[in-house]
Design a protein. Structure first.
Length: 366
């Protein structure tokens, strides 16, 4: 565990040093790379007055077929804009300390965006009617959290850097109680095993994430392809590389929409505004080297059901597919399917994970 965290910290440090170096190197502009710019009539507003709010709901019932297992649901609200840094519960001050420690800072050409998010999400085994601890399936697990993010866009080099710090509590009863109440209202099977969740009773946890995105291809026909390198240390410790794109009628910049940064309940937020209508498909795939997952392995407190590192697969593939429709008044709605390959090596918990999500957001000028 200690060695794997050191490994991912080394990756974070390398990413930070690369960020510092990229601030001093002059790379070719997009025209010099032979990539066309977006249509000149794209009415994009990068003003510091642009803000947005968003609401997201994830659930495994939002996929074809009947499911109620693994990543079972998540709810979050977020607010994006420069004022997010001044929010009373903002974590941007400690985030900036971590960023400076690894040399990550905005270049003179960069524009910045900031976000704060509140949310909760939970995991369940397949048989939620079993009241006893079930060592043959994944454990119940939950997180209630607040996170703060900062992003630096350098359009002269078509590179974006994002960093996020999340602080939360594992093992609180509220996530299970909400699920129980919803199942009562909908006359569904009531979950019986939340008393055996990871870190039952509550345990403080945290995560720091850094990601570097770069534009690979962009055309006037509404095609964008980008790649992302990401690493995190904390309740999920991993490094990943992803490839993703948007396809359709696009009027916002390629950096403004980031489904590759979604981590279960934690979402990405729209940070730019356009006066034109958008609608597009989006898809992507990520290869992840996951060293540690507190939702399966537990943390410092004893848990009734948990997995050792050697009982888990540390290489997983994640993929996503979605559709977004945005109106000229700043409202946008997205639907997505997302999943990843099995993380548990054997037993009933050895299965791929799949869930759906709906996101509603509004971008506006203050």
């Amino acid at each position: 565990m200690t060695q794997t965290r050191k490994t991912v910290f080394t990756i974070l440090l390398a990413l930070g040093l690369s960020a510092s170096l990229s601030n001093t190197l002059a790379n070719e502009r997009i025209e010099e790379k032979g990539l066309p710019r977006p249509n000149a009539n794209h009415a994009v507003n990068y003003s510091s007055k642009v803000q947005s709010w968003g609401f997201s709901f994830d659930n495994d019932i939002l996929v074809p077929g009947s499911r109620d297992q693994d990543y079972t649901y998540g709810i979050n609200v977020n607010f994006a804009g420069n004022q997010a840094q001044q929010h009373w519960l903002s974590l941007h001050k400690p985030l900036h300390i971590f960023n400076r420690a690894i040399g990550l800072k905005a270049s003179r050409n960069a524009q910045s965006a900031h976000k704060i998010e509140y949310g909760l999400f939970g995991f369940t085994p397949e048989d939620i009617q079993q009241a006893e601890a079930n060592a043959d399936d994944r454990p119940y697990a939950s997180l209630i959290y607040v996170s703060s993010s900062s992003e630096f866009y350098d359009f002269s080099r078509d590179i974006s850097w994002n960093s996020t710090i999340t602080v939360g509590l594992l093992g609180l009863n509220i996530v299970g109680k909400l699920q129980e109440e919803v199942h009562k209202i909908t006359d569904s099977d009531e979950p019986q095993g939340w008393d055996h969740q990871i870190s039952e009773g509550g345990e403080l946890t945290a995560r720091y994430t850094i990601a570097r995105q770069s534009l690979l291809y962009q055309s006037r026909l509404g095609v964008e392809i980008k790649s992302s390198l990401q690493a995190s240390v904390g309740y999920i410790t991993e490094a990943s590389w992803s490839l993703g794109g948007r396809f359709g009628k696009i009027h916002t910049p390629w950096v403004s929409f980031n489904p590759e940064r979604v981590s279960y309940g934690e979402q990405s937020a729209q940070t730019t505004k356009t006066k034109l209508r958008e609608h597009y498909l989006w898809a992507g795939i990520a290869v992840k080297a996951r060293a540690y997952n507190a939702f399966l392995q537990g943390q410092f407190r004893s848990s009734d059901v948990s997995y050792d590192s050697n009982e888990l697969r540390h290489g997983i593939i994640e993929a996503w597919l979605g559709y977004t429709f945005a109106l000229t008044n700043g409202y946008r709605i997205s639907y997505s399917l997302r999943g990843h390959t099995s993380e548990i090596k054997s037993g009933n918990g050895d299965r791929n994970v799949l869930w759906g999500g709906i996101n509603l957001s509004k971008t506006f000028s203050s």
